[in-house]
Design a protein around this ligand. Structure first.
Ligand SMILES: Nc1ncnc2c1ncn2[C@@H]1O[C@H](COP(=O)(O)OP(=O)(O)OP(=O)(O)O)[C@@H](O)[C@H]1O
Length: 288
């Protein structure tokens, strides 16, 4: 069983943005979802865990060893799919994976060939192995991204908003792949998609303004909100805002609805709503 401990991690960028504020987390094998609004600090946390930047203070310990930028531990044990994978050279998928495998320290040619073949099969890219990665669709690029992250059989995999821009079929395909991987190693998934965390992750955290505001199991969070979320169709957005604790508003079939948090029925035409993880997310964000 792998174990990742994050202790009191803080990071302030030049210019004064406090991107991480004393974040502490404990992770073991399985998929861990990291949710938070734009600019919350998710990518900063991912990059710091991946050893691409140093924290100002705090520690990251993986399987008993402290993680520092550039350490062998990072090179051998970590697979990282950044939010923006950057340039896609005109090299074929197989050739690019071979270069990346050499960088990862897989010295034996036969071993690289075997691993790359298996990863191309696993990501459903084997038939395209001789095509340039630059010609790949968005979904194929992300699958290629996960193939390169899996080189060297890492025990800690970090994926930063991997399904942004993918169509529903590709998103499903990518998520299935992730959940298979998450059975044996630690996978940290940073995303805006609450539904993906609900479907894939056994544990999760929410961060806002660089601060950890909640951590736990999605199921437990949802259960804790049971009977406390109420919904109502309204005409004007500000109609019920003052009297109730509104956590979100949304359109259903073109009609505006609000969801409110209340321990007991708020009356006033509100109907009980089955709580879901999105309600958890908005309840947490609006109480912090
Ligand atoms: N290299 C940097 N230099 C200065 N400020 C930065 C840098 N990178 C990020 N920031 C700032 O730090 C804060 C956290 O950014 P970060 O990218 O970690 O958030 P995020 O949760 O990943 O956001 P998003 O969901 O939009 O990707 C933001 O205010 C951002 O503008």
């Amino acid at each position: 069983m792998n174990r990742l401990t994050i202790e009191q991690l803080s990071k302030t960028y030049p210019g004064g943005v406090k991107a991480l504020n004393a974040i502490s987390l404990e992770l073991s094998n399985g998929m861990f979802g990291l949710l938070g609004p734009n600019g919350a600090g998710k990518s900063s946390l991912m990059r710091t865990i991946a050893g691409l930047q140093s924290p100002d203070s705090g520690r990251i310990i993986f399987n008993g060893s402290t993680v520092t930028p550039g350490s062998v531990l990072i090179k051998k044990q970590l697979g990282y799919l950044p939010q923006d994978f950057g340039v896609y050279p005109k090299l074929s998928a197989a050739t690019l994976l071979d270069h990346l495998a050499i960088l990862k320290g897989i010295a034996q040619k036969a071993e690289r060939k075997e691993q790359i073949g298996a990863l191309l099969q696993r990501t459903n890219l084997y038939a395209h192995k001789d095509k340039a990665v630059s010609s790949f669709s968005g979904g194929m690029r992300q699958r290629f991204g996960i193939a390169q992250a899996l080189l060297g059989n890492p025990q800690l995999i970090i994926v930063d908003e991997p399904t942004a821009g993918l169509d529903p079929e590709e998103r499903n395909r990518f998520n299935n792949l992730l959940s298979e991987i998450g059975e044996q190693v630690i996978v940290i998934l940073s995303t805006h998609l609450v539904e993906d965390v609900r479907n894939l992750c056994t544990n999760m955290a929410i961060i806002q303004n660089g601060t950890l505001i909640a951590t736990g199991r999605p199921d437990d969070f949802v259960k804790a909100l049971d009977g406390k979320i109420w919904s109502k169709r309204i005409d004007k957005k500000d109609e019920a805002q003052q009297a109730h604790r509104v956590i979100s508003s949304h359109f259903t079939a073109g009609k505006l609805h609000i969801n409110v948090y209340a321990e007991d029925t708020p009356g006033d035409g509100f109907l009980p709503k089955q709580a879901d993880l999105e309600d958890v997310y908005f309840t947490q964000l609006t109480q912090s």
